[in-house]
Design a protein around this ligand. Sequence first.
Ligand SMILES: Nc1ncnc2c1ncn2[C@@H]1O[C@H](COP(=O)(O)OP(=O)(O)OP(=O)(O)O)[C@@H](O)[C@H]1O
Length: 342
Amino acid sequence: MFFFGTDIGVDLGTANVLVFVKGKGIVLREPSVVAMDKLTGRIIAVGEEARKMLGRTPGNIVATRPLREGVIADYDVTEKMLKYFINKACGRSFFFRPRIMVCIPSGVTGVEERAVRQAALQAGARQAHLIEEPLAAALGAGLEISEASGSMVVDIGGGTTDIAVLSLGGIVTSESLRVGGDKFDEAIVRYIRREFNLMIGERTAEELKMTVGTAYPQGKTENTVTDIRGRDLVTGLPKTVKVSSQQTYEAMQEVIESVVSAVKEVLERTPPELSADIINKGICMTGGGSLLNGLDTLLSKETGLPVYVADDPLSCVALGTGKALNMINVLSVNNRGTKKVV
Ligand SMILES: Nc1ncnc2c1ncn2[C@@H]1O[C@H](COP(=O)(O)OP(=O)(O)OP(=O)(O)O)[C@@H](O)[C@H]1O
Protein backbone atom coordinates (compact mmCIF):
# COMPACT_ATOMS: atom_id res chain seq x y z
CA MET A 1 0.00 0.00 0.00
CA PHE A 2 1.18 3.48 -0.85
CA PHE A 3 1.59 6.12 1.81
CA PHE A 4 1.63 9.80 1.18
CA GLY A 5 4.90 10.86 -0.36
CA THR A 6 5.78 7.46 -1.83
CA ASP A 7 8.02 7.94 -4.82
CA ILE A 8 8.80 5.45 -7.51
CA GLY A 9 11.29 5.45 -10.36
CA VAL A 10 10.59 3.60 -13.60
CA ASP A 11 13.03 2.55 -16.27
CA LEU A 12 10.46 2.23 -19.04
CA GLY A 13 12.75 0.39 -21.41
CA THR A 14 12.23 -1.06 -24.85
CA ALA A 15 13.37 -4.46 -23.62
CA ASN A 16 12.80 -4.37 -19.84
CA VAL A 17 10.81 -2.38 -17.30
CA LEU A 18 12.39 -1.88 -13.87
CA VAL A 19 10.56 -0.28 -10.96
CA PHE A 20 12.43 1.35 -8.09
CA VAL A 21 10.58 2.16 -4.87
CA LYS A 22 12.08 4.70 -2.51
CA GLY A 23 13.40 2.97 0.59
CA LYS A 24 13.12 -0.50 -0.98
CA GLY A 25 15.30 -0.42 -4.11
CA ILE A 26 14.47 -2.23 -7.34
CA VAL A 27 11.33 -4.23 -6.67
CA LEU A 28 10.38 -5.32 -10.18
CA ARG A 29 12.30 -6.30 -13.29
CA GLU A 30 10.29 -7.72 -16.20
CA PRO A 31 10.44 -7.77 -20.01
CA SER A 32 8.36 -5.06 -21.73
CA VAL A 33 6.00 -7.51 -23.41
CA VAL A 34 2.21 -7.73 -23.34
CA ALA A 35 0.03 -10.59 -24.64
CA MET A 36 -3.52 -9.60 -25.57
CA ASP A 37 -6.64 -11.14 -27.00
CA LYS A 38 -6.98 -9.51 -30.42
CA LEU A 39 -10.76 -9.63 -30.46
CA THR A 40 -11.60 -8.38 -26.96
CA GLY A 41 -8.45 -6.34 -26.21
CA ARG A 42 -8.19 -8.23 -22.89
CA ILE A 43 -4.69 -8.56 -21.46
CA ILE A 44 -3.71 -12.21 -21.10
CA ALA A 45 -0.18 -11.86 -19.75
CA VAL A 46 2.40 -9.17 -19.06
CA GLY A 47 6.16 -9.35 -18.56
CA GLU A 48 8.08 -12.62 -18.39
CA GLU A 49 4.98 -14.75 -18.98
CA ALA A 50 4.14 -12.75 -22.12
CA ARG A 51 7.75 -12.86 -23.35
CA LYS A 52 7.62 -16.65 -23.46
CA MET A 53 4.64 -16.30 -25.82
CA LEU A 54 6.48 -14.07 -28.35
CA GLY A 55 6.32 -15.74 -31.77
CA ARG A 56 4.37 -18.66 -30.30
CA THR A 57 0.78 -17.36 -30.10
CA PRO A 58 -2.33 -18.81 -31.77
CA GLY A 59 -4.45 -16.62 -34.11
CA ASN A 60 -6.54 -14.79 -31.51
CA ILE A 61 -3.65 -13.86 -29.20
CA VAL A 62 -0.97 -11.32 -30.00
CA ALA A 63 2.20 -10.87 -27.93
CA THR A 64 3.70 -7.45 -28.58
CA ARG A 65 6.37 -5.11 -27.35
CA PRO A 66 4.62 -1.74 -27.00
CA LEU A 67 7.88 0.23 -27.00
CA ARG A 68 10.15 0.27 -29.99
CA GLU A 69 13.41 2.15 -30.42
CA GLY A 70 13.07 3.61 -26.93
CA VAL A 71 9.70 5.26 -27.49
CA ILE A 72 6.06 4.34 -27.18
CA ALA A 73 4.87 2.62 -30.36
CA ASP A 74 1.51 1.54 -28.93
CA TYR A 75 0.22 4.06 -26.43
CA ASP A 76 -2.78 2.12 -25.04
CA VAL A 77 -0.82 -1.06 -24.45
CA THR A 78 2.08 0.86 -22.85
CA GLU A 79 -0.33 2.52 -20.45
CA LYS A 80 -1.89 -0.83 -19.49
CA MET A 81 1.53 -2.39 -19.06
CA LEU A 82 2.76 0.49 -16.88
CA LYS A 83 -0.37 0.33 -14.73
CA TYR A 84 0.07 -3.44 -14.32
CA PHE A 85 3.73 -3.13 -13.29
CA ILE A 86 3.10 -0.26 -10.86
CA ASN A 87 0.30 -2.21 -9.22
CA LYS A 88 2.41 -5.35 -9.09
CA ALA A 89 5.38 -3.51 -7.60
CA CYS A 90 3.48 -1.49 -5.04
CA GLY A 91 0.26 -3.31 -4.26
CA ARG A 92 -3.08 -2.76 -5.91
CA SER A 93 -4.86 -0.64 -3.32
CA PHE A 94 -2.97 2.60 -3.18
CA PHE A 95 -4.86 5.41 -1.61
CA PHE A 96 -2.35 8.19 -2.09
CA ARG A 97 -0.99 8.30 -5.57
CA PRO A 98 2.81 8.25 -5.97
CA ARG A 99 5.19 10.64 -7.64
CA ILE A 100 6.83 8.85 -10.54
CA MET A 101 10.16 9.54 -12.22
CA VAL A 102 10.34 7.94 -15.65
CA CYS A 103 13.38 7.94 -17.89
CA ILE A 104 13.28 8.86 -21.58
CA PRO A 105 16.00 8.72 -24.25
CA SER A 106 17.74 12.07 -24.79
CA GLY A 107 16.58 12.29 -28.42
CA VAL A 108 12.82 11.98 -27.96
CA THR A 109 10.47 14.55 -29.47
CA GLY A 110 8.05 16.70 -27.46
CA VAL A 111 5.16 14.49 -28.60
CA GLU A 112 6.92 11.32 -27.46
CA GLU A 113 7.76 13.00 -24.15
CA ARG A 114 4.11 13.91 -23.57
CA ALA A 115 3.09 10.33 -24.40
CA VAL A 116 5.33 8.97 -21.62
CA ARG A 117 4.15 11.58 -19.13
CA GLN A 118 0.49 10.87 -19.97
CA ALA A 119 1.03 7.12 -19.69
CA ALA A 120 2.52 7.58 -16.19
CA LEU A 121 -0.34 9.84 -15.09
CA GLN A 122 -2.97 7.49 -16.52
CA ALA A 123 -1.23 4.61 -14.76
CA GLY A 124 -1.94 6.28 -11.42
CA ALA A 125 0.82 8.81 -10.79
CA ARG A 126 0.10 11.98 -8.81
CA GLN A 127 3.01 13.72 -10.53
CA ALA A 128 5.07 12.42 -13.44
CA HIS A 129 8.66 13.63 -13.81
CA LEU A 130 10.92 12.74 -16.68
CA ILE A 131 14.66 12.27 -16.63
CA GLU A 132 16.91 11.87 -19.62
CA GLU A 133 18.31 8.36 -19.88
CA PRO A 134 22.05 9.17 -19.94
CA LEU A 135 21.64 11.33 -16.85
CA ALA A 136 19.85 8.50 -15.03
CA ALA A 137 22.41 5.96 -16.26
CA ALA A 138 25.31 8.10 -15.02
CA LEU A 139 23.67 8.66 -11.62
CA GLY A 140 22.94 4.94 -11.33
CA ALA A 141 26.50 4.01 -12.28
CA GLY A 142 27.73 6.22 -9.45
CA LEU A 143 29.48 8.83 -11.61
CA GLU A 144 30.11 12.14 -9.87
CA ILE A 145 28.22 14.18 -12.41
CA SER A 146 27.57 17.25 -10.25
CA GLU A 147 31.29 18.18 -10.17
CA ALA A 148 32.87 20.65 -12.61
CA SER A 149 34.51 17.75 -14.38
CA GLY A 150 33.58 15.77 -17.50
CA SER A 151 32.19 12.23 -17.31
CA MET A 152 31.14 10.16 -20.28
CA VAL A 153 28.46 7.52 -20.35
CA VAL A 154 27.38 5.19 -23.17
CA ASP A 155 24.06 3.51 -22.37
CA ILE A 156 23.17 0.73 -24.81
CA GLY A 157 19.62 -0.47 -24.24
CA GLY A 158 17.30 -2.64 -26.29
CA GLY A 159 16.05 0.14 -28.54
CA THR A 160 18.37 3.11 -28.11
CA THR A 161 21.96 3.99 -27.47
CA ASP A 162 22.43 7.17 -25.46
CA ILE A 163 25.86 8.72 -25.42
CA ALA A 164 26.55 11.78 -23.29
CA VAL A 165 29.26 13.88 -21.74
CA LEU A 166 28.09 15.32 -18.44
CA SER A 167 29.40 18.04 -16.19
CA LEU A 168 27.93 20.16 -13.37
CA GLY A 169 24.83 17.97 -13.29
CA GLY A 170 23.87 18.54 -16.89
CA ILE A 171 24.40 17.11 -20.36
CA VAL A 172 27.09 18.98 -22.32
CA THR A 173 27.16 16.97 -25.54
CA SER A 174 25.01 13.99 -26.40
CA GLU A 175 23.70 11.77 -29.11
CA SER A 176 20.81 9.34 -29.07
CA LEU A 177 20.72 6.60 -31.68
CA ARG A 178 17.67 4.49 -32.39
CA VAL A 179 20.01 1.55 -32.36
CA GLY A 180 20.39 -0.95 -29.53
CA GLY A 181 20.29 -4.65 -28.71
CA ASP A 182 17.20 -5.15 -30.91
CA LYS A 183 19.11 -3.98 -33.98
CA PHE A 184 21.88 -6.47 -33.15
CA ASP A 185 19.24 -9.24 -33.03
CA GLU A 186 17.63 -8.14 -36.30
CA ALA A 187 21.04 -8.08 -38.00
CA ILE A 188 21.64 -11.66 -36.82
CA VAL A 189 18.23 -12.79 -38.14
CA ARG A 190 19.06 -11.28 -41.57
CA TYR A 191 22.54 -12.81 -41.64
CA ILE A 192 21.30 -16.32 -40.77
CA ARG A 193 18.63 -16.05 -43.46
CA ARG A 194 21.19 -14.93 -46.06
CA GLU A 195 24.00 -17.32 -45.17
CA PHE A 196 22.06 -20.44 -44.14
CA ASN A 197 18.64 -19.99 -45.77
CA LEU A 198 17.30 -20.41 -42.26
CA MET A 199 14.52 -18.38 -40.68
CA ILE A 200 15.02 -17.83 -36.95
CA GLY A 201 13.00 -15.82 -34.43
CA GLU A 202 14.19 -12.72 -32.55
CA ARG A 203 14.45 -14.66 -29.30
CA THR A 204 16.78 -17.22 -30.87
CA ALA A 205 18.88 -14.39 -32.31
CA GLU A 206 19.07 -12.72 -28.89
CA GLU A 207 20.17 -15.96 -27.23
CA LEU A 208 22.83 -16.42 -29.90
CA LYS A 209 24.08 -12.86 -29.31
CA MET A 210 24.29 -13.40 -25.55
CA THR A 211 26.00 -16.79 -25.70
CA VAL A 212 28.55 -16.67 -28.52
CA GLY A 213 28.07 -13.14 -29.90
CA THR A 214 31.10 -10.88 -29.98
CA ALA A 215 32.01 -7.36 -31.05
CA TYR A 216 35.73 -8.10 -31.03
CA PRO A 217 36.56 -11.58 -32.36
CA GLN A 218 40.32 -10.91 -32.25
CA GLY A 219 40.08 -10.76 -28.47
CA LYS A 220 38.44 -14.17 -28.19
CA THR A 221 40.76 -17.03 -27.37
CA GLU A 222 38.50 -19.54 -29.09
CA ASN A 223 35.95 -19.23 -31.86
CA THR A 224 32.96 -20.58 -29.94
CA VAL A 225 30.38 -22.41 -32.00
CA THR A 226 26.78 -23.17 -31.09
CA ASP A 227 23.76 -24.89 -32.63
CA ILE A 228 20.71 -22.85 -33.54
CA ARG A 229 17.34 -24.04 -34.74
CA GLY A 230 14.88 -22.52 -37.17
CA ARG A 231 12.89 -23.20 -40.33
CA ASP A 232 14.69 -24.05 -43.56
CA LEU A 233 13.49 -21.57 -46.20
CA VAL A 234 14.00 -24.10 -49.01
CA THR A 235 12.39 -27.24 -47.58
CA GLY A 236 10.15 -25.50 -45.04
CA LEU A 237 11.25 -28.03 -42.43
CA PRO A 238 12.91 -27.44 -39.04
CA LYS A 239 16.69 -27.44 -39.26
CA THR A 240 19.75 -27.01 -36.99
CA VAL A 241 22.90 -25.16 -38.07
CA LYS A 242 26.20 -24.31 -36.39
CA VAL A 243 27.04 -20.63 -35.93
CA SER A 244 30.38 -19.27 -34.71
CA SER A 245 31.39 -16.14 -32.79
CA GLN A 246 33.18 -14.86 -35.88
CA GLN A 247 29.93 -15.15 -37.85
CA THR A 248 27.95 -13.24 -35.21
CA TYR A 249 30.52 -10.48 -35.51
CA GLU A 250 30.09 -10.38 -39.29
CA ALA A 251 26.32 -10.21 -38.78
CA MET A 252 26.46 -7.32 -36.29
CA GLN A 253 29.48 -5.44 -37.69
CA GLU A 254 27.53 -2.64 -39.35
CA VAL A 255 25.39 -1.95 -36.27
CA ILE A 256 28.43 -2.07 -33.96
CA GLU A 257 30.25 0.39 -36.23
CA SER A 258 27.33 2.84 -36.04
CA VAL A 259 27.62 2.85 -32.23
CA VAL A 260 31.40 3.32 -32.34
CA SER A 261 31.22 6.19 -34.81
CA ALA A 262 28.52 7.95 -32.74
CA VAL A 263 30.77 7.74 -29.67
CA LYS A 264 33.64 9.25 -31.68
CA GLU A 265 31.37 11.99 -32.96
CA VAL A 266 30.32 12.98 -29.42
CA LEU A 267 33.99 13.04 -28.39
CA GLU A 268 34.77 15.32 -31.35
CA ARG A 269 32.09 17.76 -30.18
CA THR A 270 33.28 17.73 -26.54
CA PRO A 271 35.00 20.86 -25.20
CA PRO A 272 38.75 20.20 -24.68
CA GLU A 273 38.76 20.65 -20.88
CA LEU A 274 36.14 17.95 -20.55
CA SER A 275 37.99 15.70 -23.04
CA ALA A 276 40.99 15.87 -20.71
CA ASP A 277 38.80 14.74 -17.78
CA ILE A 278 37.47 11.81 -19.82
CA ILE A 279 41.03 10.65 -20.60
CA ASN A 280 41.54 10.31 -16.83
CA LYS A 281 38.18 8.83 -15.94
CA GLY A 282 37.46 6.72 -19.01
CA ILE A 283 34.11 5.94 -20.63
CA CYS A 284 31.47 4.21 -18.52
CA MET A 285 29.18 1.76 -20.33
CA THR A 286 25.72 0.90 -19.02
CA GLY A 287 22.61 -0.92 -20.34
CA GLY A 288 22.25 -4.56 -21.35
CA GLY A 289 23.95 -3.97 -24.70
CA SER A 290 27.20 -3.12 -22.91
CA LEU A 291 27.38 -6.80 -21.92
CA LEU A 292 28.01 -7.83 -25.53
CA ASN A 293 31.34 -9.65 -25.46
CA GLY A 294 34.28 -7.48 -26.54
CA LEU A 295 32.33 -4.24 -27.05
CA ASP A 296 34.30 -2.45 -24.30
CA THR A 297 37.61 -3.62 -25.78
CA LEU A 298 36.59 -2.52 -29.27
CA LEU A 299 35.45 0.91 -28.04
CA SER A 300 38.68 1.35 -26.14
CA LYS A 301 40.77 0.44 -29.20
CA GLU A 302 38.78 2.76 -31.45
CA THR A 303 38.83 5.78 -29.13
CA GLY A 304 42.17 5.25 -27.41
CA LEU A 305 40.42 5.81 -24.05
CA PRO A 306 39.89 3.53 -21.06
CA VAL A 307 36.41 1.96 -21.25
CA TYR A 308 34.68 0.02 -18.48
CA VAL A 309 31.29 -1.58 -17.93
CA ALA A 310 29.43 -0.34 -14.83
CA ASP A 311 28.53 -2.75 -12.03
CA ASP A 312 25.13 -4.27 -12.79
CA PRO A 313 24.71 -2.36 -16.09
CA LEU A 314 21.08 -3.50 -16.55
CA SER A 315 20.05 -1.73 -13.33
CA CYS A 316 21.88 1.61 -13.72
CA VAL A 317 19.00 3.57 -15.26
CA ALA A 318 16.48 2.35 -12.66
CA LEU A 319 18.90 3.08 -9.80
CA GLY A 320 19.49 6.51 -11.35
CA THR A 321 15.77 7.31 -11.44
CA GLY A 322 15.73 6.35 -7.76
CA LYS A 323 18.64 8.68 -6.97
CA ALA A 324 16.95 11.45 -8.94
CA LEU A 325 13.84 10.99 -6.76
CA ASN A 326 15.95 11.76 -3.71
CA MET A 327 17.12 14.91 -5.44
CA ILE A 328 13.70 15.88 -6.73
CA ASN A 329 13.67 19.09 -4.74
CA VAL A 330 16.99 20.21 -6.17
CA LEU A 331 16.02 19.35 -9.72
CA SER A 332 15.25 22.07 -12.19
CA VAL A 333 13.28 21.82 -15.38
CA ASN A 334 15.43 22.30 -18.44
CA ASN A 335 14.23 23.84 -21.67
CA ARG A 336 12.85 20.55 -23.03
CA GLY A 337 10.65 20.13 -20.01
CA THR A 338 12.66 17.22 -18.64
CA LYS A 339 14.44 17.16 -15.34
CA LYS A 340 18.11 17.78 -14.94
CA VAL A 341 20.18 18.00 -11.83
CA VAL A 342 21.57 21.38 -10.89
N1 LIG B 1 24.95 -10.67 -22.05
C1 LIG B 1 24.44 -9.90 -23.00
N2 LIG B 1 25.10 -9.75 -24.17
C2 LIG B 1 24.59 -8.98 -25.15
N3 LIG B 1 23.45 -8.28 -25.04
C3 LIG B 1 22.75 -8.38 -23.89
C4 LIG B 1 23.20 -9.18 -22.81
N4 LIG B 1 22.31 -9.09 -21.80
C5 LIG B 1 21.34 -8.26 -22.23
N5 LIG B 1 21.59 -7.83 -23.49
C6 LIG B 1 20.76 -6.97 -24.34
O1 LIG B 1 20.46 -5.78 -23.65
C7 LIG B 1 19.23 -5.25 -24.14
C8 LIG B 1 18.37 -4.83 -22.97
O2 LIG B 1 19.05 -3.87 -22.23
P1 LIG B 1 18.28 -2.87 -21.25
O3 LIG B 1 17.39 -3.64 -20.34
O4 LIG B 1 19.33 -2.01 -20.65
O5 LIG B 1 17.42 -2.08 -22.31
P2 LIG B 1 16.16 -1.15 -22.07
O6 LIG B 1 16.44 -0.21 -20.95
O7 LIG B 1 14.94 -1.98 -21.94
O8 LIG B 1 16.10 -0.41 -23.48
P3 LIG B 1 16.12 1.15 -23.87
O9 LIG B 1 17.04 1.81 -22.90
O10 LIG B 1 16.61 1.17 -25.27
O11 LIG B 1 14.70 1.58 -23.78
C9 LIG B 1 18.56 -6.35 -24.96
O12 LIG B 1 18.67 -6.03 -26.33
C10 LIG B 1 19.40 -7.58 -24.62
O13 LIG B 1 19.45 -8.48 -25.72
